[in-house]
Every structure is written in C-alpha cells, then in structure tokens.
Design a protein around this ligand. Structure first.
Ligand SMILES: Nc1ncnc2c1ncn2[C@@H]1O[C@H](COP(=O)(O)OP(=O)(O)OP(=O)(O)O)[C@@H](O)[C@H]1O
Ligand SMILES: [Mg+2]
Length: 265
C-alpha cells in the first residue's frame, strides 16, 4: 500500500510547522500507523525535538537528496515511540539548495528517494523550512497533500495567497495530484478576540478546508521539544496533546480507515 505523503508547509516562519509535524507524526504512530517523519529543514528542529542530536547524525536527508543513500538505511527509529521513524536533517542540508540548482530533475529528488524506499509506512509527514525554495518545492512535488498551519495572529493570512499560487504552479507543472489536505489553526487563544477574527477570516476564505479542531496556545507544546519528546510523551493530558491527537485521528479516518476501525474494536 502506498503511504499518504503529507507535507506541512507555510513559508512564514514560526507558525507551528515543526510542532505540528512532530506531534502529528507521534500521534499517528501512537494510534497504530507506521509513520516516517522527514525533516526537510536545515534548522533540524524536528530531528532534535524528537530526541535525536542533529550534530551526531552524520548522514540523513541530504544524502538521500543527492543520491548518496537510501531512506531505508538513513531513517532512524525514534526512541520510545514504536512505529515512528525520522529521516534526520543536519546542517549539510543548508548547502543542498545551492548544490541542487544545476542537478538534473532537481525538483524530483525527494519524490524519487521516496519511490526507492522499500519500507511501507502508512504516513510520511514532511516538515518544511520557512521558504518556498527548492527544498519546499521538492516536498510539494513528492506529496499527495499539503497541510498548512496558520498562526492565529495579525497578518496571518498575508502570504497565504503566495503559498496557494505556488501550490497551483506545482499542480500544473510538477505534481497534478497534489491536494490541499487542510488548514490548521495554531496557537489559538480562546480569550483573545484576534484569534477568533483570524479563524473567522480563514473560514470565510477557505471554507471547510479549515479544520474544526484548533491547536490552542499551550505552554506544554513549547516546552516538550527541549525534552526531546512529543507532547504525547511529555504531557499527554495537556490541551495541546488532546488537540493534536484529534487531528491525527482525523487523518487516520481519511487515509487509513482500516486502522480507525481497529481502534474502535
Ligand atoms: N500551540 C502552541 N502553543 C505554544 N507555543 C507554540 C505552539 N506551537 C508552536 N509553539 C512555539 O512557537 C515557536 C514556533 O513554532 P514552530 O517551531 O513549530 O514553528 P515553525 O513554523 O516550524 O518555525 P520555522 O518557520 O522556524 O520552522 C516554537 O518555539 C514553538 O515551541
Ligand atoms: Mg520549523
């Protein structure tokens, strides 16, 4: 069975991409879905947030992109999270964007690496860097769908039109099958009127593409990466853990309904 490949993208910095990638990936694994998280950001926050040391990872995604390794060998199991593995990033990836500029089929490097993979996870999540450069283009080209975290703050929707144009361009030129998985409101503050305004605005523009579940602003979510743990392991009773678990359940219902049924029984 082919995995559902979902990239988590927004060229705006600090909107909750990595927090979403890490906690959704761990949530999917906990719900029974074999999951691979690809850390496509040279900042390597997803790698370190799951307890791996990017400086110790001498080989990783970079080597898969330049054709010097296979994902099967490069992925690492995540400590204490059965069914979750990560394709780590490290600072080599900073050079990849420049090095790949003249490469043949440079936009298809990640897609080809995924096609070579013999492991068969149910989900592949890709944590994108905050840009629309070649790395993000590789992610969009390799993906079935894109999940867009939208931070509930002023100017949140600015820049989204650029992202939507990029998605349309990729659909036309590189990946006709790409769909918009959803828009996920992040850092939602129930008591802040602005959060409600941004949510209403997003729903007006994007209708039911905006998930009903909002990720609350929750300090436990910001603490967990420094412990190298997902929120489900750091504080599973927190509001942040609940919200990400609900989004993971929704993805399982959509893309792996056989697992959803086995949860019920
Ligand atoms: N729901 C939340 N509640 C509280 N803090 C959050 C929440 N989501 C993210 N944060 C914090 O906000 C900061 C930015 O989040 P994150 O790193 O996930 O964003 P990003 O989009 O991946 O950033 P970048 O664009 O730099 O890759 C981090 O310090 C993170 O811990
Ligand atoms: Mg990030």
């Amino acid at each position: 069975m082919k995995p559902q490949v979902i990239c988590i993208a927004n060229q705006k910095g600090g909107v909750g991409k990595t927090t979403t990638a890490v906690n959704l990936a761990a949530g999917l694994a906990l719900l029974g879905a074999e999951t691979l998280l690809i850390d496509l950001d040279p900042q390597a926050n997803a790698t370190s947030g799951l307890g791996l040391d990017p400086r110790a990872e001498r080989r990783g995604l970079y080597h898969a992109l330049i054709g010097m390794g296979d994902i099967d060998d490069l992925r690492r199991p995540v400590p204490d999270v059965p069914r979750l593995s990560v394709l780590p990033s490290n600072s080599d990836l900073f050079g990849a964007e420049v090095e790949l500029v003249d490469a043949i089929a440079r936009e298809f490097r990640l897609k080809e690496a995924l096609e070579r993979m013999t492991a068969r996870p149910r989900f592949v999540l890709i944590d994108c860097p905050p840009s629309l450069g070649l790395l993000t283009v590789n992610a969009l080209t390799a993906s079935d769908s894109v999940l867009v975290p939208l931070q509930c703050e002023y100017y949140a929707l600015e820049g989204l039109s650029q992202l939507m144009q990029t998605i349309q361009l990729i659909q036309r030129r590189l990946n006709p099958n790409l769909t918009l998985e959803a828009i996920l409101l992040t850092m939602f503050d129930q008591r802040n009127n602005l959060s409600h305004l941004v949510a209403a605005d997003a729903r007006q523009h994007f209708g039911d593409k905006v998930l009903d579940v909002e990720i609350p602003r929750n300090v436990r979510l910001s603490e967990s990466p420094s412990h190298g743990k997902s929120i489900h392991h750091y504080d599973r009773a927190s509001r942040g853990a609940h919200a990400y678990r609900r989004v993971a359940e929704l993805l399982i219902e959509r893309h792996a309904p056989d697992l959803a049924r086995s949860q019920v029984s």
